[in-house]
Design a protein around this ligand. Structure first.
Ligand code: IMP
Length: 406
């Protein structure tokens, strides 16, 4: 029986959804432990595409139980939208297969309003994530257990008072209607009610039984509130430490899987040393269809940054790499990867000869072009961790297993 954790090793959008879904088919339990609906996991099965924001990917397999842990922040309105969206795709979400921690915090319309008003420099997803975690940390937040006794309504009205000045200053296009938003929140909270539980018990029982368990990370290590490119980060612990604080259960992970995109992308503001704000970046964006699953924003694109990845590997103790979107590098004459920085913090690159062959859908490592193999081998050597899986396309079957996963 195995315990897995899957984390983004870069700035998010590494292609975790596909790998998480692939693994979750064999899992008994899938746990989300940080973040909220700022995540956007795209899963393609057959000709159906699913985009999930807050509900763990295990829901699609129909077999696994799913947990939204205490480290997460849950927007009842988006939760209901996601349940309805899944239902329209034939997937029923019930309290028998989804368990939401009573200690997780509620993202309210006021948080989303504050995000739009205050966090403009960061380029957030606008999902109210930062302001919700601010309330959590300053001990004025709304835990989901307050849905059980209805006390969230009182706290919501207190928030309206607390943030009165900002609310009154808002330009009309950002403004919030407090009465209307409270009514919407009450209706959504009622639907959320049956899912709320002590999720620690669910996870612990599963560990005790020796179940197969997957911890599903969201965003990426370089967006971690402590270890990321602060202040251009998200507001939760996206690295392995978050799995422990955000679930409340010690789990010994057999496989700590790094999802590494074959190049680098980021959305929103912040440093990005290997960014290619030029034709190369445009080509990467086109090849990789690099537009945000949550916001639709075009992603900034650039070459692989191995020193940054090394840091990410130190933080997370990764022991398995899943390399994604390799097929998007086909057609470049030359591929680059940063291998160190100079004293002005400019990246120094190593050049790799490119390949022209289309590799989409290849499942056999021996069928990859030689230059492509060389690129993979170098990543492996640099990071001193085996590349176990290589994703060669968006479909579930577009994958090469180089090292066993099970
Ligand atoms: P927030 O998480 O909405 O507060 O946004 C903070 C920063 O994290 C912004 O730069 C976002 O673009 C980025 N971010 C948040 N969630 C994701 C994600 O799932 N993928 C990639 N970037 C993200």
């Amino acid at each position: 029986m195995s315990k897995y954790i899957v984390l983004g090793a870069q700035w998010g959008d590494e292609g975790k959804g596909k790998i998480v879904d692939l693994i979750s088919g064999k899992m008994d339990l899938v746990v989300r432990f940080q973040g909220g609906a700022n995540a956007g996991h795209t899963v393609v099965i057959g000709d159906k595409e699913y985009i999930l924001h807050i509900i763990p990917c295990g829901i699609i397999s129909g077999h696994a139980k799913n947990v939204i842990g205490n480290g997460c922040v849950v927007d009842p309105l988006i939760f209901c939208e996601e349940v309805d969206y899944l239902s329209s795709k034939g997937i029923n979400v019930t309290p028998d297969d989804l368990f939401i921690s009573s200690q997780a915090h509620m993202v309210t319309p006021i948080h989303k309003f504050l995000d739009r008003m205050l966090n403009t420099k960061i380029g957030t997803t606008g999902r109210g994530i930062g302001p919700c975690y601010v309330d959590k940390v300053q001990r004025t937040g709304i835990r989901l257990n307050s849905i059980l006794d209805g006390s969230f309504i009182k706290t919501y009205l207190e928030h309206a008072q607390m943030y009165k000045q900002i609310i009154e200053q808002a330009p009309s296009k950002i403004s919030i209607n407090l009465d209307e938003s409270l009514e919407q929140l009450k209706a959504a909270a009622e639907r959320l009610y049956p899912f709320i539980c002590d999720s620690v018990e669910i996870i612990y029982e599963s560990v005790q039984k020796g179940d197969n368990i997957l911890f599903e990370g969201a965003q990426g290590t370089l967006l971690d509130i402590d270890h990321g490119t602060y202040p251009f980060v998200t507001s939760s612990s996206t690295s392995i430490g978050g799995a422990y604080t955000g679930s409340g259960v010690f789990v010994e992970f057999d496989k700590r899987i790094a999802i590494v995109k074959s190049y680098t992308t980021r959305v929103g503001e912040g440093p990005f040393p290997t960014e290619q704000d030029n034709k190369i970046g445009e080509q990467l964006r086109k090849n990789g269809n690099e537009f945000g699953a949550t916001t639709g924003r075009p992603r900034r694109c650039g070459w692989l940054d191995l020193p940054l990845l090394k840091r990410s590997f130190i933080i997370n103790g990764f022991n398995y790499i899943s390399l994604s979107k390799l097929s998007c590098l086909s057609g470049f004459d030359k591929i680059k990867a940063a291998v160190k920085y100079d004293d002005k913090f400019h990246p120094i690159y190593k050049d790799f000869p490119g390949w022209n062959e289309e590799i989409e859908g290849i499942t056999d490592i021996d069928k990859l072009p030689v230059n492509c193999r060389k690129y993979i081998d170098f990543i492996e050597e640099f990071l001193e961790v085996p590349v176990g899986m290589i994703s060669t396309g968006p479909k579930r079957k577009d994958i090469i297993f180089k090292e066993p996963l099970w």
